[in-house]
Design a protein around this ligand. Structure first.
Ligand SMILES: O=C(O)c1ccccc1N[C@@H]1O[C@H](COP(=O)(O)O)[C@@H](O)[C@H]1O
Length: 207
């Protein structure tokens, strides 16, 4: 991760929106493989989109409760660099993903994370933590008051971020990065190029 805050635009499914995210200055783009999302893409589609990415842009796959061997297989086929795991993945699942050469993000609802003991937190063998609302991809905001001063590892803020609220939340919570999906859409599951640009600009304008 660079000195700048890491920005991920998630739930992309078209060449135009991938290009817009990269051109705007995002560090990472996300492709949803979790079932039941309006943003789910096939491995074939994601592979074509990953092939457009310049060097240095993280290609993140978003998975939830899929067998880790299946996740690693899809990730290898598509050319992903990073696995964002949203389910009840175990420490050994994270270790398997890391051993296969992937950077790993443990995505967890903030309210669940706050209820964990230090031992439970330490048991997970991830590279980066992502704190999200209770329902990922829902556009719901995490209550910022619950997060103030509670995270002592590198972490990403997600859940309900928009071009209008991201600068204020980042300044209050000081995460190492941000992740957005619903907040850069014109309707559920449909990304909006102008909103993608506005989101990246809002983060980059933070002193
Ligand atoms: O985007 C989805 O549909 C999704 C489905 C299953 C797991 C994670 C999903 N997205 C993640 O949700 C947050 C952002 O949500 P939002 O900005 O509130 O819409 C982010 O971590 C996405 O990667």
């Amino acid at each position: 991760m660079s000195d700048q805050r890491w920005i991920k635009i998630c739930g992309l499914s078209t060449p135009e929106t991938v290009d817009a995210a990269v051109d705007a200055g995002a560090d990472a783009v996300g492709f949803v493989f979790a079932a039941g999302s309006p943003r789910t893409v096939t491995a074939d589609t994601a592979k074509q989109l990953v092939e457009r990415l310049p060097d240095g842009i993280d290609a993140v796959g978003v998975f939830r409760d899929q067998p880790i061997d299946e996740v690693v297989g899809i990730a290898s086929e598509v050319g992903l660099t990073t696995l964002q795991l949203h389910g009840g993945e175990s420490a050994s699942d994270f270790a398997r993903a890391r051993d296969a050469g992937f950077f790993t993000i443990r995505a967890v609802a903030a309210q669940d994370y706050l209820g964990e003991t230090p031992e439970q937190r330490a048991a997970s063998d991830h590279d980066l933590l992502l704190l999200d609302a209770a329902v990922p991809g829902s556009g719901h905001l995490v209550d910022p008051a619950t997060l103030t001063g509670t995270v002592d590892e590198a972490w990403i803020l997600a859940g309900g971020l928009t071009p209008a609220n991201v600068a204020d939340l980042v300044q209050r919570l000081d995460p190492d990065g941000v992740d957005v999906s619903s907040g850069v859409e014109s309707s559920r599951g449909v990304k909006d190029v102008a909103r993608i640009r506005a989101f990246v600009e809002a983060v980059r304008s933070i002193p």
